[in-house]
Design a protein around this ligand. Structure first.
Ligand code: XMP
Length: 512
């Protein structure tokens, strides 16, 4: 499969590590991120054409500084160090790295020299993007400088050992011709082939799942979202009906979501899905609870309870399929070590000890838009591909205060109006998420000739690339007006609508 011959990115905890991997995949070359401390064997197993050492927030001379096995530099394939990667190479091979008198953040001018393959065909000056407080004072023996800024060595290499390094960030858009620098590394220097595509990902992954699961059985908790559906489809392709799927109605889903999703999964995707109506259990568990974390914990625990029961009933599954994506595992992959901060609802680490599962996570190297592309190749219906993300704890975290059936019904109606109007305005696929939040705040209004004292609905519509950061959507005033008018007139008990204009950070997308 084409996952061999790709580029391995070793993560030193840099904020752009995932961006590096993504830029490589945009070149149709497979790229996997491994923690910097990955064993040499693990790297070798992927048979990479090259290795990239990412940036990172530490200083190489700190006692706790993250490091990789120095033998990575002698693997026989080209290595590209970026930022901390460059400093780590210099430090490890006998050069000197110090705190810079003039740290470089943001734009700078790179003066290119000595004809590096990385900069082949480039002018002598290039606008680049920096983010570093340390710099290299002395290069290791055998290295030559290939680029400098006014303040520091900015690119260096030892072509004989196939080691290349840049202090700036070619992966960010602010660096001019950054993509070409990466292309030069991937294709000219590493000789990688652009043969990684959706189709090759599917065939390679199906093959890998078959190898992993063998003759065993697997079980998957579907959430109704695109990630778990794509994961299930891949596993279904690999092992057919030895995969059983469970879709739980927590009572916290959107209007009509349970029935519609169940039909779609069964009839359009041909998946073997057990629907579990469990709303009452969840609501009972949430009675009287208002604290957001407590809500999340109880929903998570109840979910695991329901799932464990059904898994036992279905019997014999040793493998658990999860639609975990790269942003979900980023913390556990990072240099801080396996902290496993996968989102509560996806995290089945809390499964009872008598149900030992081996995880099957076919999407753990991918980003959401890549999953959507794979889903499209698997003929997932467009309505599911473009569906907005929905949190595991569902409407419970969009309903501030106690979760009751009445309040859920109110929120469902308001939420359905928000989504309907966003769709009608042709904006559904342009925004990341659009939803209503029910606030426990009452205010005075006048309806007809009467005083009202109703509750407030907040409308949240955000734009984002990966949910790690987000900005509120500048919706046209007439769309906001239609939403507001409809919510107040159609949803009983609501007399005020507000629009959330907070970005993430410092707010989050969900309110709880
Ligand atoms: P926040 O609110 O942290 O949300 O900005 C980021 C993205 O994650 C979704 N989200 C969740 N997804 N389980 C999930 O599967 C959860 O517990 C959960 N909480 C938040 C949220 O909708 C947004 O897209």
């Amino acid at each position: 499969m084409n996952e061999r011959g790709g580029i391995v990115v070793l993560d030193f905890g840099g904020q752009y590590t995932q961006l590096i991997a993504r830029r490589i995949r945009e070149q149709q070359v497979f790229s996997a991120i491994l923690p910097c401390w990955a064993a040499l064997e693990e790297i070798r197993k992927l048979e990479p054409a090259g290795v990239v050492l990412s940036g990172g927030p530490s200083s190489v001379y700190d006692p706790q500084a993250p490091a990789c096995d120095p033998a990575v530099l002698g693997l026989g394939v080209p290595v590209l160090g970026i930022c901390y990667g460059l400093q780590w190479i210099a430090h490890t091979l006998g050069g000197q790295v110090r705190r810079a008198e003039r740290p470089e953040y943001g734009r700078a001018e790179l003066k290119i020299q000595n004809g590096s393959e990385l900069f082949r065909g480039f002018p002598r000056q290039l606008k680049i993007w920096n983010s570093h407080g340390d710099h290299v004072l002395a290069l290791p023996a055998g290295f030559r400088i290939t680029g400098q800024t006014n303040n520091a060595v900015s690119a260096a290499e030892d072509p004989a050992r196939k080691i290349y390094a840049v202090q700036f960030h070619p992966e960010v858009q602010h660096t001019d011709r950054g993509t070409e620098i990466l292309q030069n590394f991937i294709f000219r220097i590493c000789g990688a082939q652009p043969n990684w595509s959706g189709a090759s990902f599917i065939s390679g992954t199906v093959e890998a799942i078959r190898r992993q699961v063998g003759e065993g059985r697997a079980i998957c908790a579907l959430s109704g979202g695109v990630d778990s559906a794509v994961a299930a489809l891949l596993v279904h392709r690999a092992i057919g009906d030895r995969l059983s799927n469970v879709f739980v109605d927590t009572g916290l889903l959107r209007k009509n979501e349970y029935q519609q999703t169940l039909e779609l999964l069964r009839e359009r995707l041909g998946l073997n899905v057990l629907g579990v109506p469990a709303a009452e259990r969840f609501l009972a568990r949430l009675k009287g609870v208002t604290d957001p974390e407590e809500k999340r914990k109880r929903i998570g625990a109840e979910f695991i309870g329901v799932f464990a029961e059904k898994a036992r009933e279905l019997g014999g599954a040793r493998f658990l399929v999860q639609g975990t994506l790269y942003p979900d595992v980023i913390e556990s992959v990072s240099v801080r070590g396996p902290s496993a901060t996968i989102k509560t609802h996806h995290n089945v680490g809390g499964l009872p000890a008598d149900m030992p599962f081996t995880l099957v996570e076919p999407l753990r190297d991918l980003f959401k838009d890549e999953v959507r592309r794979i889903g499209r190749e698997l003929d997932l219906p467009e309505e599911m591909l473009t569906k907005h993300p929905f949190p595991g704890p569902g409407l419970a975290v969009r309903l501030l205060g106690e979760v009751t059936p009445e309040r859920l019904a109110t929120l469902r109606e308001a939420d359905a109006i928000v989504v309907e109007e966003i769709r009608r305005a042709g904006l559904y696929e342009k925004v990341w998420q659009a939803f209503a939040v029910l606030l426990p705040v009452r205010s005075v209004g006048v309806m007809g000739d009467e005083r009202s004292y109703g509750f407030t609905v907040a409308v949240r519509v955000v734009e984002s690339e990966d949910a790690m950061t987000a900005d509120w959507s500048r919706l046209p005033a007439d769309v906001l007006e239609r939403i507001s008018t409809r919510v107040v007139s159609e949803v009983v008990g609501i007399n005020r609508v507000i629009y959330d204009i907070s970005s993430k950070p410092p707010s989050t997308i969900e309110w709880e």
